[in-house]
Design a protein around this ligand. Structure first.
Ligand code: NAP
Length: 236
């Protein structure tokens, strides 16, 4: 049985991916920032682990817990992400650095950890969840867009480094998906946003999860270093 690790598995896109992979027979480890989140995951049949990607101490404790399980992780989904929106002139250094820690630095930290397992297994899949905003930018999201663009460049470089070892690295770049993250878009007119989307609606977490499942499969073995957009035509 293959083991998958999904960060930010409690809600939204990460939860949908975790449940899809569990239904496909993976052993799934999922992370949450709170003990309530860990319990929710356990109830769903996912092995819950506490992880705050903005805390070096939490990351260290988390990895100790993973090692205690003596698992060999062959699928990593770097999904956890946050926004701290502000225009550059008003953005604090913390708003910039929190985004870099959670959205960009985490991909390096966890990929490096699991790659050692994947090299032993001679098989691996890393999927990074980025965003359309990495390609088109977004007013008030310079920090978020820069972090996601960084993850996309990381994806391509790492794909070149480990391709010969049967490990694929890809990014999924969603547009607007109906999750807590898009519901907290203060002052944003959803009807106006939807007018910009050729398919005329937000996407569903499940639709992103289908794509992630495919990228984890044997059938996707010749896809690496790609940024795969899923956005209802918002960006093409
Ligand atoms: P969400 O519903 O807000 O869920 C965020 C997840 O990240 C939660 O599981 C949360 O855990 C976890 N998380 C938050 N802060 C964390 C931290 N400091 N350390 C570790 N985990 C943390 O988000 P979503 O919309 O599903 O987004 C998932 C990914 O897709 C993100 O990378 C996001 O940038 C990307 N994305 C989303 C959209 C969209 O329209 N929704 C579009 C493009 C890209 P807790 O539940 O414990 O807080």
């Amino acid at each position: 049985m293959k083991t998958a690790l999904i960060t930010g598995a409690t809600r939204g896109i990460g939860n949908a991916i975790a449940l899809h992979l569990k239904n496909e027979g993976f052993r799934v480890l999922g992370t949450a920032t709170s003990s309530a989140g860990v319990s929710k995951l356990e109830e769903e049949g996912i092995e819950g682990l506490a992880l705050d990607l903005n805390s070096a101490e939490s990351k260290e404790k988390f990895w100790e817990q993973v090692e205690k399980k003596e698992v060999q992780i062959s699928v990593l989904v770097n999904n956890a992400g946050i926004t701290r929106d502000n225009i550059v002139l008003r953005m604090s250094e913390d708003e910039w650095l929190d985004i870099m820690n959670v959205n960009l630095n985490s991909a390096f930290y966890l990929s490096k950890k699991v790659l050692k397992m994947m090299l032993k297994l001679k098989w691996g899949r890393i999927i990074n969840i980025t965003s359309t905003s990495a390609s088109i930018g977004n007013k008030g999201q310079s920090n978020y867009s820069a972090a996601k663009a960084g993850v996309e460049a990381f994806t391509k470089s790492l794909a070149r480094e480990v391709g010969s070892r049967n490990i694929t690295i890809n990014s999924i770049a969603p547009g607007f998906i109906d999750t807590d993250m898009t519901q907290q878009n203060d002052g944003v007119n959803t009807d106006e946003l939807i007018k910009e989307i050729p398919l005329g609606r937000f996407g569903k977490p499940d639709e992103v999860a289908h794509l992630a499942s495919f990228l984890c499969s044997e059938e996707a073995s010749y896809i690496t270093g790609q940024i795969i957009h899923i956005n209802g035509g918002l960006y093409m």
